[in-house]
Design a protein around this ligand. Sequence first.
Ligand code: G3H
Ligand code: 13P
Ligand code: ZN
Length: 308
Amino acid sequence: MPLISTTEMFKKAYGNYAVGAFNVNNMEIIQGIVDAAKEEQSPLILQVSAGARKYAKHIYLMKLVEAAVEDSGLDICLHLDHGADFEICKACVDGGFTSVMIDGSKHSFEDNIALTKKVVEYAHAHGVVVEGELGRLAGVEDAVKVNAKDATYTDPDQAVEFVKCTGVDSLAIAIGTSHGAYKFKGEPQLDFARLEKISKLLPGFPIVLHGASTVLPEFVAKCNEYGGSLNDAQGVPEAMLHKAGTMGVCKINIDTDLRLAMTASIREHMAKNPGDFDPRQYLSPARDAIKSMVQHKIKNVLNCSNRL
Ligand code: G3H
Ligand code: 13P
Ligand code: ZN
């Protein structure tokens, strides 16, 4: 069983459901996610940010994901999340990833095109697919905070030109989601009319939704109960994600929900077992919490159980 790209995955998913792309930083997170995908017989994308590569080192994450493929028998796509420049994308292509994201969304339209095109040329020459980004999400990403006023929604006509000029395989768009645990002030709203327009102008082309955690209330409540302070946390409602999956969104990015599930479990364990200092004792339930949360997503939000 190999590491695979997203090409076939997205062809199958388009218009029907979205594949979950889960951020990984260590062994327990990888194991929890992969166990869930295996039980659900679901396609799977594991993604690694620049911060994750710095924290765990590229080679450790690579070997852990290779072990997961061998152990589970699943085909998995290994993707670079939010590559900021050509160099990190090249390092991941050379280092065995099957998909990379070049996030040129902070640059001008023209510079974003030029940078993305350069990455596409290199990646495609090595059999690796590329996700680009147009428009800018609010929220915290790689320790950089983008204020709501600096966020910009994706322009549909520019999206067409961007895809044509760069040759990207998928495109992350901004329609109101944001990174982190504080996504909306007041009623959650996504610009579905904009998504519909983009999908109509780019028929069959895979769209990606970042900042798509639902910020499950049970984990927020548990974090708060055991010493956290996550007031006003709010995510994207499940029904909205389900709907996006039928409108050309093929990849839905989830990191915050993993962090919350893991942290809630560890906080609870530590509060109830103050004398414990064996990492296996608190990381086992944390891994189980990740597994059941991811299973819930696959079944009830992404709608991608039994899609292999
Ligand atoms: O979009 C960003 C992801 O949540 C990754 O976060 O850069 O802190 O690993 P990170
Ligand atoms: P969340 O912060 O909503 O989990 O988004 C993660 C993401 O977009 C990773 O690229
Ligand atoms: Zn993101």
